[in-house]
Design a protein around this ligand. Sequence first.
Ligand SMILES: [Mn+2]
Length: 327
Amino acid sequence: MAEISKDFCASVSSGKSFLIFTHVRPDGDALGSSFGLRDCLRVSGRAADVVIPYDMPDRYLNFFSGALKSASEAQLVACDRIIVLDCATSERIETGGAELEKYSSKLCNLDHHRGNTTEKISAFSYVDPDASSTCQLTAELTEKCGFPMPQSAATSLLIGMMTDTGNFRFSNTTGDTLRCAARLIDRGAELEKAVNTIYFSKSMRQRNFETDMIINAMKFAFDNRVAYAYITDEMLERHNFSLKEDEGIIDILREIDTVVISMLIHKKDGAYKLSMRSKDRRYPVGPVARLFGGGGHDLAAGATLNGESIKDVLDVILPEFQKLLGS
Ligand SMILES: [Mn+2]
């Protein structure tokens, strides 16, 4: 893995006041990197705030706190640096209405998505697709900048590393990833708290929703090598469940031994939102997502499709999986 550039470190360490933004529907990596960096910046004597205009997944509510709901024009003008974390494209940034392009000259983009385009609007950018997570890059950034790391930050960053690597099971887990996680634990990261937050925190609503999905919505194709589920708002409402808590739902499909490619389809505002996963590098879903204007990693990607019906969507997407699998 490459080392974070000196220029990028200098762009961060030269700032005195920061606003931090991340992507829509923030996951563990987005939240962990944002709050982890905020706490390191604060302990180093800098002013820093995270802007999360979105409702956070319930399980994280007790964990990541004190985010601003929005940033005013005055705050955006006043801060030295605007940090954007884990956002592959500028459209993915949850700005809460702020027009960040206007502040390009102080925008710092740190990410691990291949083909990151947020750098187009950022004066400073560091993108390393070989890093497991933005949390790993954030840990390395703070180490290289020489910022002290409080226990809260170490735990936040560990959480993001765990969620983006499937608890260090996915193939993006390298020696560097584990060495970085080890340093976080050495700095006091609370592994037990992280594990409880991520893995042992499922609501009964979520469990009931999952059961419903398994029984009523899970489908298979191509000799059970593809598994998918179509999730409707009606189904979500029945269980008072929201997909902002969807981390891990797709794993229910992925966990099945024959399944190589898994996909969740969620109809929202007349469009079909697809999340895809592959568990074999020979069959990357990233290129399939990009065919439909989406993006992401080789093994985890997403796209939004318009169609009259779920059948229209399946009629265009399933043949692409078939081609990919060569079956
Ligand atoms: Mn990430």
